[in-house]
Ligand binder design. Structure first.
Ligand SMILES: *Cc1c(COP(=O)(O)O)cnc(C)c1O
Length: 360
């Protein structure tokens, strides 16, 4: 048997409820990019929707369409009389003209951070005889596709014109921040405030203002506005070098496990290859959980080898990371050993590694 990723949808639901309660009255947008951080898009969307999540952050149009498809199959809020409104799906990566037409047809909310894209999206809406849902993005310092402050007044004026013409609906004004230092984030927030004022001064009334991801959503209430875009904390992935998952009040959702396939003089070989997505730089750095407690992961590759223990046998199970008591760490524990973040470990788990769901 190959490695497998156990995903506990019950823990996911509990985390989501905790995040929603923490950020209330702001709304949670659950970020589901990278196949829901490696947990599997459709099961995550189904669980979240049943738990009351009505906004999803999907990165690109293809993922946005996949979220729409998952929602149409998911039991949940959509069927409740008390929540007749359809869920919203936000995408924020610039797209081709064809993709924009798809986005309009699927009623996706599109993040727009440059004037040309705004015109292309408006053209797609006109073509379809529909109204495009738009979230205007101000660059508050990250320099990742946002409109620069000096270009912002003309940009919002044009958006107001298109809205008045019935081509677009400016549903949101947003930005993305580094969440690396409070000072930088404060400067970004001031820039964002100015952008909001300028948008309002041309008559725009965005229903959702959103700026924060996981870290700022928890630590800095003034960054929550109407909505926060949270991925990591919903999946129980704590920030590298930051507070523990327990302090945050969330639990790990997934556990990566592999079977022992050979025991010999070299050690214990497990069915885990570098193709499974575990960074080979973890070799000789990480410990994994075994029936006898933690053991050093010595090699990752064609053969992955760990230090032996008394009575080790073919078929024993080894935990690479995840919740358990066999001595393994969390995704972020592993990430810290190689100077990266927990998300990086989670999203690298190969799609070929089967996901095994529980807790539905
Ligand atoms: C990934 C992403 C998020 C979520 O970040 P987390 O730290 O995982 O909560 C929010 N907003 C944008 C634009 C993102 O790309």
């Amino acid at each position: 048997m190959s490695a497998r990723l156990h995903v506990d949808l019950g823990v996911l639901a509990t985390n989501i409820a905790h995040v929603r309660a923490t950020v209330a009255p702001a709304t949670l947008m659950l970020v589901v990019k990278d196949d829901a951080y490696g947990h599997g898009l459709a099961p995550v969307v189904g669980t979240a929707s049943a738990g009351g999540v009505t906004w999803f952050g999907a990165f690109d149009v293809a993922t946005g369409l996949a979220v729409r498809a998952a929602l149409s199959k998911a039991p949940g809020r959509r069927l409740h009389a008390s929540a007749p409104e359809e869920s919203r799906v936000f995408v924020w990566i610039a797209a081709t003209a064809d993709e924009l037409a798809d986005a309009v047809a699927a009623r996706l909310d599109v993040g727009v951070g440059d004037p040309e894209l705004l015109e292309e999206l408006a053209a797609a809406a006109r073509e379809a005889g529909a109204v495009a849902r738009v979230h205007l993005k101000i660059d508050t310092g990250l320099h990742r596709n946002g409109v620069r402050p000096e270009d912002w007044p003309a940009f919002v004026a044009r958006a107001a014109e298109l809205e008045a013409a019935g081509v677009i609906d400016v549903a949101g004004v947003w930005s993305h921040i580094a969440e690396a230092s409070d000072e930088e984030d404060d400067a970004a927030r001031h820039q964002y405030e100015r952008a909001l004022q300028e948008a309002e001064s041309v008559g725009l009334k965005p229903q959702v203002r959103h700026l924060a991801a996981s870290a700022a959503a928890f630590a800095r209430p003034e960054f929550r506005y109407d909505m926060v875009r949270v991925g990591a904390f919903c999946y129980g992935i704590r920030p590298a070098g930051g507070p523990s998952a327990a302090e945050l009040g969330v639990g790990p959702v997934s556990r990566l496990e592999a079977d022992v396939v050979a025991v010999d003089a070299r050690g214990v070989t497990i069915e885990l290859g570098s193709l499974d997505g575990v960074p080979s730089s973890l070799a000789d750095r990480a410990s994994v959980g075994t029936p006898a407690g933690p053991r050093r992961l010595r090699e990752i590759g064609g053969r992955s080898v760990i230090d032996a223990w008394d009575g080790a046998a073919v078929g024993d199970q080894v935990t690479i990371y995840g919740p358990g008591s066999a001595g393994e760490g969390s995704a972020t524990d592993l990430a810290e050993l190689i100077g990266t973040i927990g998300e990086e470990i989670a999203v690298r788990v190969s799609p070929l590694v089967p996901r095994v769901y529980s807790g539905e």
